[in-house]
Ligand binder design. Structure first.
Ligand SMILES: Nc1ncnc2c1ncn2[C@@H]1O[C@H](COP(=O)(O)OP(=O)(O)OP(=O)(O)O)[C@@H](O)[C@H]1O
Ligand SMILES: [Mg+2]
Length: 447
């Protein structure tokens, strides 16, 4: 179902560009150029969300917000405000606005915020089917365009027998993708045999993959089939393929080229009808340059390459995935945990997730297990202690406003802690009134 958005903005260029960008994202947009027109649209129909300019000709943003909330009590309202009118943004939040954006803002920031808020709203109201753009492919859950393109590619290659290389950092879902490819392929009735190349010592890997004949070496008291034979008519998943030693690389190349091999210590040639799917966290090009991977094997492995983006490069997936894991872990525990607080959502979106989806899953699992709340808070997700970005080598990827708010929140918290929570003292140190401090804390979700 498409979400209906009311957009009230008097500045024509901004109104038209926002309207186009939102429509392209799949929203149904109703634009209005001033307060009176906005009011007329509000009377005509209902909306899931409104983007309201705070300063408007003919009725200001605040009174429009009130009319919007009266007509759409469940509707989300995002105020767009220029620097310097921050006081009225606070007033708007008090009047029921869900969030605000400081102009000028990049459209991406608005889109991420809107998606996030709609997702959160859907989770809170139990409307899982209405999660914006939530899609599923095999066991893969996603909402982002980036993952939609990945899934299109997977669906196409699954039907062929082409060798696939899945490249992506830790926890991005490489194994899940390998399983999806196998499940969607004509080989699904046969097994997908996984091999964790990095976990098996080089000397054992050859017999693991290709098997051995009786008496091939001391201790080989009977013949044994290797994983290639076990995967006959099915698929073989070579995980961490960059860690293969030279001997195995040579033998693997031959299987890929000639579809045959011999067991260790054997002379009989065995035919293998196997679809090879491999995965790596490393850039195989670098391994070739460094002389650790044969170039001819490299080209054979990467006939089709599936590149999995980092979680922080597809923020639209964060909340749908979080909601999915919330359900996955609360149900077996019989716990009534229904969603995430807005501050928790904000943190989930702002964090840079070096461990990608695995880290998100573990974070939600831990929170669900330990919490006593119905709605998970930022504290439940323990962003305070465990999840502070420390890895300086990572390129920061937070929108400016998130970063500023986060910095402000941390600093307020620090000051408050240093004075044992006495707001009067904290306000003095910060050089602001107690009232301003209170408003800030409320705005930053510290209440
Ligand atoms: N799109 C997704 N939807 C749902 N769950 C996902 C998705 N992507 C990853 N996961 C989950 O995240 C965890 C990590 O995924 P997976 O094991 O496939 O990652 P990986 O890329 O193989 O990681 P590593 O390089 O560390 O082996 C798994 O529990 C998996 O089920
Ligand atoms: Mg893996």
């Amino acid at each position: 179902m498409r979400h209906r958005i009311l957009l009230v903005e008097d500045e024509p260029i901004l109104r038209v560009t926002l309207s186009n960008d939102l429509s392209e994202e799949g929203y149904e947009v109703t634009p209005a150029s001033d307060g009176a027109e906005g009011l007329a649209r509000i009377r005509e129909r209902s909306f899931d969300a409104a983007l309201l300019d705070l300063k408007l000709p003919k009725a200001d943003g605040l009174s429009l917000l009130q009319s919007f909330k009266a007509a759409n009590p469940q509707g989300l309202a995002i105020m767009m405000t220029a620097y310097g009118t921050i006081q009225s943004a606070i007033a708007a939040m008090k009047a029921g606005a869900t969030d605000y954006l400081l102009k000028p803002f990049p459209t991406d920031e608005l889109l991420v915020l809107l998606r996030g808020l709609l997702a959160q709203h859907a989770v809170l109201s139990g409307e899982r089917t209405k999660l914006p753009g939530l899609r599923q492919f095999g066991d893969l859950i996603y909402a982002s365009e980036k993952m939609a393109r990945v899934c299109d590619l997977i669906a196409t290659v699954a039907r062929s027998d082409a060798t696939v290389l899945i490249q992506g950092e830790t926890g991005t879902g490489k194994e899940l993708v390998a399983r999806a490819i196998h499940q969607q392929s004509g080989r699904r009735a046969q097994p997908l045999i996984p091999v964790a190349c990095a976990a098996i010592p080089e000397t054992l890997l050859e017999t693991e993959l290709f098997g051995h004949e009786k008496g091939a070496f001391t201790g080989a008291i009977r013949e044994r089939k290797g994983r290639f034979e076990l995967a006959h008519r099915g698929s073989l998943f070579l995980d961490e393929v960059a860690d293969l030693g030279p001997a195995v690389q040579a033998k693997l190349l031959r299987v890929l080229q000639e579809k045959e091999f011999e067991r260790v210590g054997g002379t009989q040639t065995i035919k293998a009808d196997v679809r090879l799917i491999s995965a790596t966290r490393k850039r195989l090009e670098d391994e070739v340059v460094a002389g650790r991977l044969r170039e001819d094997l490299f080209y054979r492995l990467k006939v089709i390459t599936v590149l999995l983006p980092l979680l922080r490069e597809r923020k639209e997936d964060i909340l749908p995935l979080a909601a999915h894991f919330l359900e996955k872990y609360s149900r077996p525990l019989g716990k009534d945990v229904r969603g995430f607080s807005s501050e928790a959502c904000r943190q989930l979106l702002a964090y840079h997730w070096p461990g990608n989806i695995r880290e998100l899953e573990a974070t939600v699992q831990r929170a669900v297990t330990l919490t006593k709340n119905t709605i998970l808070t930022a504290e439940d997700l323990s962003f305070e202690v465990g999840l502070t970005p420390t890895d300086k080598t990572n390129v920061p990827a937070h929108p400016l406003t998130d970063t500023v708010r986060e910095a402000e929140r941390r600093y307020l918290q620090e000051v408050l802690q240093s004075v044992g929570g006495q707001r009067k003292r904290a306000a003095e140190i910060l050089g602001i009134s107690r009232k301003t401090l209170w408003k800030k804390m409320k705005l930053l979700g510290m209440e």
